[in-house]
Design a binder for this molecule. Structure first.
Ligand code: FMN
Length: 349
């Protein structure tokens, strides 16, 4: 059968990326996007942040900023989905155009700056939807004009704890004035101390820090030390990059964060380094440039308990999720692993 996404793709890619994205969300909401097979290979089952998932492939933050479709992603093959980034107050983000496709590189550059409906709207939507059939992470971010970004994170974490299997602290957004202030170790330590002081925190959902690939090894080591000190539950590697590896597409000169295939090698190398620095004591999630099962497997072999993807969907639709899972299962078996966790644990040896 012809993949319906391949029929829709010329039309979607004729539109500007944000209009195409809005159309995709509407099509998902109205059930117009055919689902993917749901009979996941048992070898793909994982435990992530205390929840049993039928596979380790998650939807990365940024696709479902306002919590419109995360629960529907079960039918499209994902094992979990990350909502957001959400900020306390609604935010318009940067002026358009602010998202650019780089088809020649299978990449995207975005400088959206967290446009989202804000915490009230997301909470109302999540209350209406009830418990999700797949794992749910919520990606938290401070408002671009916030006078106290740490207070934003504390308010969001307090508010969204009841709704999430894990909470991601996005301290690595390259597209807002204060998106990366917590990449300064002292400020990160202070933020984590404020979060640890929330009364429910020890009984609340695990907290995950999402790192930027644009930091040097010395800073990475200092940040990881701060995260370990604060007993962070997870580290997500990585967000989009300001770096510009050799690219072919003319849109490469646009400002913003680069995602997709050109991010695969650097984000996986960084993940392996974080695994080395953490010694296996922290759950790792690998994200950046996944376009095949081999890419997902490389991140798992570098120590990731689960992976996420976004940009690949723009070029291949949700059939990518099915292909990644099929290829990943075959690679696990080829190398004699009985599970994703076994392969991730082997990163130490
Ligand atoms: C349009 C767009 C918006 C994004 N928005 C967010 C966001 O709000 N918060 C966040 O942590 N990451 C955001 N990301 C980054 C992704 O979650 C992911 O880390 C990155 O795209 C690398 O994965 P990929 O190569 O599979 O896309 C965004 C990415 C894109 C392409």
């Amino acid at each position: 059968m012809i993949d319906p996404f391949l029929l829709a793709k010329p039309f979607l890619h004729f539109l500007d990326p944000e209009s195409a994205h809005e159309m995709t969300l509407c099509a998902l909401e109205t059930g117009l996007v055919p689902g993917q097979p749901r009979d996941d290979d048992p070898i793909l089952r994982v435990q992530l942040f205390g929840r049993a998932l039928r596979n380790p492939v998650g939807l990365a933050a940024g696709f479902d900023k306002n919590g419109r479709v995360y629960d529907l992603m079960a039918a499209h093959g994902f094992g979990f989905a990350e909502i957001g980034g959400v900020t306390p107050r609604p935010q318009r983000g940067n002026p358009r155009p602010r998202v650019f496709r780089l088809p020649a590189d299978r990449a995207v550059i975005n400088r959206m700056g967290f446009p989202n409906d804000g915490a009230d709207a997301l909470e109302t939507r999540m209350q209406r939807k009830g418990r999700s059939p797949i794992g749910v992470g919520i990606n938290l971010a401070s408002n671009a004009d916030s006078a106290d970004p740490a207070a934003d994170f504390v308010a969001l974490a307090t508010r969204f704890a009841p709704y999430a299997d894990y909470l991601t602290l996005d301290v690595s957004c390259p597209n807002t004035a204060n998106g990366q202030v917590f990449l300064e170790p002292e400020r990160l330590a202070d933020l984590l101390a404020q979060l640890a002081a929330i009364p429910w925190v020890s009984a609340g959902p695990p907290m995950v820090a999402k790192l930027s690939p644009d930091i040097d090894d010395a800073l990475l080591a200092r940040l990881v030390a701060v995260l370990l000190d604060a007993r962070i539950d997870g580290i997500m590697v990585a967000n989009s990059t300001r770096a510009r590896p050799p690219l072919r597409d003319p849109a490469a000169s646009e400002a913003g964060g680069l995602t997709g295939v050109p991010l695969m090698a650097s984000s996986t190398a960084m993940l392996a380094r974080v695994r080395e620095l953490t010694g296996g004591g922290v759950t790792l999630v690998g994200v950046g440039g996944i376009a095949s099962g081999a890419d997902a497997y490389a991140k798992i072999r570098a120590g990731a308990s689960a992976v996420q993807l976004y940009t690949g969907l723009i070029y291949e639709g949700t059939a990518l999720v099915t292909r990644v899972k099929r290829e990943l299962a075959a690679l696990l078996r080829r190398d004699g692993f009985g599970s994703v966790a076994e392969a991730a644990a082997a990163a130490a040896t």
